[in-house]
Write a protein that binds this ligand. Structure first.
Ligand SMILES: NC(=O)c1ccc[n+]([C@@H]2O[C@H](COP(=O)([O-])OP(=O)(O)OC[C@H]3O[C@@H](n4cnc5c(N)ncnc54)[C@H](OP(=O)(O)O)[C@@H]3O)[C@@H](O)[C@H]2O)c1
Length: 334
């Protein structure tokens, strides 16, 4: 089968590799329909995380993290529910030396890394959704466990921000969403967000500060960083925790007086879904998967699709910049 593989000098190339035919125990084979190219796929290609080599899957270098397709075989110990179903894959959710995928014709992954999609949805619409939904789900669970009453979401109209609109509403958690334009604000409000603040507006910081104080919004879910974080840290309530999970704002440094950290007892931390109790405990993960499977047809969970590319067009696909938020898709059958 054709696969997009990562070379020793961290470039991508299309190779012919053996098609997996017999899934090992706990694994499924998935005939891939489509895969997304995420921010992480681009970023980590040239800047692999320290220690990433220790997690490499055995015997192949197939690249890619999110995709979807149809289960064509299940290994020993895999629940029958997976047989023949369309699934969304989050490749690195649990690690296995036997993983092959996901930018290839047929992926082999642990079944725990697959979200079963109902037959009523078009699977391609959710091919990049599982990791993002789980990220927000795990964050909200962690924030609730830490006693935070309300949250601030800095990348309000991102995929993760839109998922947060849905999940906070379902959990009855008050949330403040930051967006860059009134068009994005109107869109989020149409989708059920109650508190949306436009960061381009004059004096947005004081509006945010007052609202955060009123709601007790002490858990910040930050996917932007840089300049925006520098602007909001001074108006956060006492005892706020900023969980940094993304960097849409690029490499702009953050800047604020450290007396704020002392005076307001602020915490800044990195957030990775893989480090949460939701993901680390197999039973919690199974429960989260079941929960998410029951909600998946929510339009806010859909992957926004920009343009479709064949494997041979991988360079164009990696360079593709759609309207913000839309993804390049890699389609094995093209
Ligand atoms: N740590 C984890 O576990 C984890 C998991 C998933 C994703 N992530 C990371 O989370 C971040 C968000 O991912 P995503 O898939 O939700 O993003 P996305 O859907 O691609 O977000 C793009 C949207 O974010 C908004 N945005 C706000 N500030 C922005 C800025 N400074 N530059 C560009 N866009 C900005 C834009 O909306 P407007 O144009 O309407 O403002 C844009 O439509 C990424 O950095 C990703 O790598 C981390």
């Amino acid at each position: 089968m054709k696969a997009i593989c990562v070379t020793a000098d961290r470039t991508l190339e299309v190779r012919d590799i053996p098609t997996p035919e017999e899934p090992p125990p706990g694994h499924v084979l998935v005939d891939m329909d489509a895969s997304t190219i995420t921010h992480g796929d681009k970023f980590f290609l040239t800047r692999p995380l320290p220690g990433a080599a220790a997690f490499a899957s055995g015997g192949n270098d197939v690249y890619g993290s999110n995709g979807g397709g149809t289960v064509v075989a299940i290994g020993a110990g895999v629940p029958e529910d997976y047989a023949g179903r369309q699934v969304a894959i989050y490749k690195t959710l649990t690690r296995s030396q036997d993983t092959i995928g996901v930018w290839c014709g047929r992926a082999q992954v642990p079944y725990a890394n697959c979200l079963i999609l109902p037959d009523s949805v078009h699977g391609r619409d959710y091919c990049g959704s599982f990791a993002n939904i789980l990220t927000v789900y795990a964050f909200l669970s962690e924030a609730a466990a830490a006693g935070h009453k309300a949250v601030i979401v800095t990348a309000g109209s991102s995929a993760t921000g839109r998922i947060a609109v849905s999940l906070t509403r379902r959990r009855n958690v008050e949330a403040i969403f930051l967006v860059r334009s009134t068009a994005s604000r109107d869109d989020l409000i149409r989708h059920g967000a109650k508190h949306v603040v436009v960061t381009a507006n004059e004096g947005f910081e004081s509006d945010l500060g007052a609202l955060a104080e009123e709601l007790g919004a002490t858990a910040v879910f930050d996917g932007v960083g840089g300049g925006l974080l520098s602007r909001i840290v001074p108006v956060l309530p006492m005892n706020a925790t900023v969980s940094i999970y993304g960097f849409l704002g690029g490499p702009t440094p953050i800047s604020f007086p450290t007396m704020l950290v002392m005076g307001k007892n602020l915490t800044l931390r990195r957030f990775s879904n893989l480090e949460t109790a939701t993901v680390r405990d197999p039973q919690s993960l199974a429960a989260a998967r079941k929960d998410i499977e029951g909600l998946i047809d929510d339009p806010l969970f859909r992957t926004r699709i920009g343009k479709e590319f064949s494997f041979e067009q991988i360079d164009d696909a990696m360079a593709y910049e759609a309207t913000p938020g839309a993804r390049a898709l890699l389609i094995p059958s093209l």
